[in-house]
Design a protein around this ligand. Structure first.
Ligand code: FES
Length: 58
């Protein structure tokens, strides 16, 4: 069974990881023009937030 993690990256998107590999980057700054995906707009928006593991499913 794969391990699924959701990690809030520092100053960036929520990363969905399956078996350690990033399969999706989801916007959490609210500035993406392609929600729910991150389009890099968090950089120009100067979004700041700490890194954190949100969920681990095994
Ligand atoms: S987190 Fe990257 S655009 Fe919102």
């Amino acid at each position: 069974m794969p391990t699924v993690e959701i990690v809030a990256s520092q100053n960036g998107p929520n990363l969905l990881k399956v078996d350690g590999k990033v399969v999706a980057a989801l916007c959490r700054c609210g500035h993406s023009k392609h929600k729910p995906n991150c389009d890099g707009s968090h950089r120009t928006a100067a979004f700041t937030s700490p890194e954190a593991v949100v969920e681990v499913l095994k």
